[in-house]
Design a protein around this ligand. Structure first.
Ligand SMILES: Cc1ncc(COP(=O)(O)O)c(C=O)c1O
Length: 387
């Protein structure tokens, strides 16, 4: 089945629900069992039967099944946020004394969790240059338990050579985890690229309407039970109403992504030739340093990218952002609406230097007409010139 067809079918079983097209919202805490024996076995340990509301109802399972099938993983579990999915996946893999490698471009709250929670608990944290590729080999140590990837970084858009990193990590017995929120299960087949544990902020493109906060972890077969058990040990559960909304969003993921990518390419191309712009950081653009890797490993690009302005004062940057009328000012992305923020990447880096020669602005391109977005950016540049 092609992926657009799968998007419309995965996680649905109308025959099991009186012909209803969508899996209904099943709300539950207590589940009643017909006898003591079935209560005490509670349906076994595969986490795919209803036994307690916290562990999922048919609505949760429908979403998890759809996410796993879209990405080609063994199984998926949903969590209350993308960040919860990241921290639970890391906790499932690591114990005191283990060494963890993360790209210097990693999502800031992932870095904060590693520095403020894992490190004090005895996990050795090391950051690597996101462009390291097969060079990761030299960073692997006997106690390296996991390598974390994020391709591309969601502010700097440096692309990673995930297959090369995965090959090196697997040769040394380390696991590969990745935050694939940008790639989405629609544009990136994680498990074919060597990832063992794939994490998504469902909050972004999958839910797609800026009204749900949720995360997911999809794994290969070997890592499924260890990860699922850890999620259960922490007591993470997701509301079936939110699962319903995420499934509703998932049905249109393909059309939204394709439309948003087309608009993003148009706007990125326009920015490339703007005199106030120094560079555009978007692997989908020919000439971007990550373009070849993107073309090899992805079947499309999310509509999230950055551009670097010609040198400008803080005041000019504020004038630019504050003059925007169609773009909103906000950090979550993947919804239907366009967003702009200043990406202050230089503040976070520890092993690589971020100095692109001007302020970095991150844009999320939504479903508006790209001509209106271009006019809005022109309004921003006019205010910057005055300010
Ligand atoms: C790359 C990336 N991963 C994970 C997350 C976390 O998602 P959530 O906001 O659902 O915790 C975000 C949110 O901005 C993100 O940008």
């Amino acid at each position: 089945m092609k992926k657009d067809t799968l998007l419309t079918r995965a996680g649905r079983d109308p025959a099991a629900h009186q012909g209803m097209v969508n899996t209904p919202v099943f709300r539950a805490s207590t589940i009643l069992f017909p006898d003591l024996e079935s209560y005490e076995s509670r349906g076994g340990d595969d986490f795919k039967k209803v036994r307690y509301g916290l562990l999922g109802t048919p609505t949760t399972f429908a979403l998890e099944d759809a996410l796993a099938r879209m990405e080609g993983g063994h199984a998926a579990v949903v969590l209350p946020s993308g960040l919860a999915a990241i921290t639970a996946a890391l906790n499932a893999c690591l114990k005191s004394g283990d060494h963890l490698l993360l790209p210097d471009s990693v999502y800031l709250p992932t870095r904060t969790f590693c520095d403020k929670e894992l490190k004090p608990n005895g996990v050795e944290i090391e950051y690597y240059d996101p462009l390291i590729g097969a060079g990761i080999e030299k960073r692997l140590k006997p106690n390296t338990r996991a390598v974390f990837c994020e391709a591309p970084g969601s502010l700097s858009f440096e692309m990673q050579d995930i297959p090369a990193i995965a090959q090196a990590a697997h040769r040394r017995g380390a696991l590969v985890l990745a935050d694939n929120t940008w790639g989405t299960p629609y544009f990136f087949r994680s498990f074919e690229k060597g990832i063992d544990i794939s994490i998504h902020a469902v909050t972004k493109y999958i839910a797609g309407h800026s009204d749900v906060v949720m995360g997911s972890i999809t794994t290969n077969e070997a890592n499924w039970l260890p990860v699922r058990r850890t999620v259960a040990h922490y007591g993470y559960g997701v509301s079936p109403d939110d699962c319903y909304l995420a499934l509703r969003g998932l049905r249109t993921l393909g059309v939204r992504l394709k439309q948003q990518m087309q608009s993003a390419l148009k706007i990125a191309g326009w920015l490339q030739s703007h005199p106030r712009v120094r560079s555009v950081l978007y692997p989908a653009l020919e000439g971007d340093p990550g373009h070849a890797l993107w073309k090899r490993d992805f079947t499309g690009a999310a509509s999230l990218f950055s551009f670097v302005m010609q040198p400008a004062s803080e005041g000019q940057v504020s004038s630019f952002i504050n003059a925007l009328e169609v773009f909103g000012i906000g950090s979550s992305w993947g919804g239907f609406e366009s967003l702009a923020i200043v990406a202050r990447i230089e503040r976070y880096r520890t092993v690589t230097k971020w100095d692109p020669g001007g302020p970095t602005i991150r844009l999320h391109i939504g479903l508006e007409d790209p001509d209106d977005l271009i006019a809005d950016l022109e309004r921003g540049f006019a205010a910057l010139s005055k300010g």
